[in-house]
Design a protein around this ligand. Structure first.
Ligand SMILES: [Zn+2]
Length: 99
C-alpha cells in the first residue's frame, strides 16, 4: 500500500501533521517545518515512487531541470523538492555507513 504524499503549500515540506477536520469533511494539516496551518487542503502529489525514481534518473543523466520537467510534465518546484530530498537521504545513508 502506497500512502499519499502530501506537501506543505507554503514551504514544500512533507513534515505535516494532521490537524483535525475542516467543516467540509476534508483533512486539515499543520506544517512542522514552517509552523503554518493550512486551511486549504495541501496539494497531494499523485506520483508513484517508481515515477519519481524515473524522473530523478533522467535528471541525473541530462542534468537539466527544465528539460526533465518538460519531458515528464511535472512542475519545476516538484522536481527541486524531490532532488533536495534524495540528496538528504543519500547523505543520511553515508553517515550511517561511517559509523
Ligand atoms: Zn510548511
Amino acid at each position: 500500500m502506497v500512502s499519499q504524499i502530501i506537501l506543505c503549500r507554503h514551504c514544500g515540506s512533507d513534515r505535516l501533521r494532521r490537524d483535525g477536520m475542516a467543516l467540509n469533511g476534508k483533512q486539515k494539516y499543520f506544517c512542522n517545518a514552517c509552523q503554518k496551518g493550512s486551511r486549504q487542503n495541501p496539494t497531494p502529489l499523485g506520483y508513484s515512487p517508481e515515477f519519481k525514481d524515473q524522473v530523478l534518473a533522467a535528471y541525473h543523466e541530462r542534468a537539466s531541470l527544465r528539460g526533465v520537467c518538460r519531458i515528464f510534465g511535472i512542475c519545476r518546484q516538484t522536481l527541486v523538492t524531490w532532488l533536495k530530498k534524495s540528496r538528504e537521504t543519500a547523505q543520511a545513508q553515508e553517515n550511517t555507513d561511517q559509523s
